[in-house]
Design a protein around this ligand. Sequence first.
Ligand code: SAH
Length: 354
Amino acid sequence: MRRKEQFAQLFPNTPAFRWKQIEQAFFVPTIRSWDGVTSISKEMRAKLSHLPWMTVSAKQVMESAKKDTHKALLELRDGEVVESVLMENARGELTICVSSQVGCAMRCGFCATGKMGLKRSLESDEIIDQYRFWQQFLEDNKREEDLHSEFSAIAPRISNVVFMGMGEPLANYENVKDALNALLAWTNLGPTCVTVSTVGVLPRLEQMLADKDWPHVRVAISLHSAVAETRKRIVPSSYDDFLPKLADWARRYLKQLGNRRHHLTFEYVMLKDVNDSDEDARALVAFVNSIGNVRCNLIPYNLTGCEYVRSEDDRIERFLSILEGADVVVTCRRTMGDDIAAACGQLVVLAEKK
Ligand code: SAH
């Protein structure tokens, strides 16, 4: 049960602002236990002390050789483990990548998490606490240069959150929605600083469009091919008329929500001789043009020990130039943290690690 629901059971007649005071304290990285929530009474704190202050705890935190990526193995209260990643870009901005499930049921052929199968979905508290974990980590690891700056008391802030860790976020819709709403309410993150990446669960995408409580964060769709047969081969949850149905949804999404700051992103993992030919690029151009304000993000394939191979650099360049030549807005994702298996698709918790 979520902490918020446990609180409501324990204190049925308490005004709603009490829970808000507690939630606010959750996001103060120097407060590490119920005792620190001084905005509520001592009696209330005592009663709350058996509720988990944190639902995740670090088993291990790894740092990449370049020191720009950290990966944490986070243990949940039932002993399951998920991974969460902190990345720093060249401008010093911090992005965290959170997991939404333990494992994943989608079994995309190139993704390590898919190999685990689905163990369970995360509770919203377990998603929220991945953010809190990194916030506290940053607080505890303030760096020399920060300590000497005039803002020495302030740890660096997380500026973006991406739901690109383990799991399919839209297969855990309600918990992801709850976590998104909490993050937007209690942190400095605005909706365009948060991205939910999905394999494209169409019924949930439809629900999202009609749901007034779904916060309009950015959406990225893992397309990976605009050719039906190829997509079905590499993304087993795909089916014959997925692409036209997705295009129809995407047009309605952009009509309803699109503006200069709101676009859709298609992610495209570059797999040698699978989806990286000139024809594949032209199919992607045609698909994007049939929709509108879509950006493409090419992701060089990261090794996961399966049969796929990363497209050659000059192939990726050529693919990119075909898209650019057709005025498609396209970027190529920089691989980060592959030496600690923290890059896209490398998040997996092996049974023997537990
Ligand atoms: N289930 C969500 C989140 C997955 S991870 C989704 O499907 O979108 C985020 C992105 O990394 C997805 O686009 C995913 O397809 C991609 N990815 C998975 N395995 C990869 C790999 N080995 N190399 C590069 N990208 C990968």
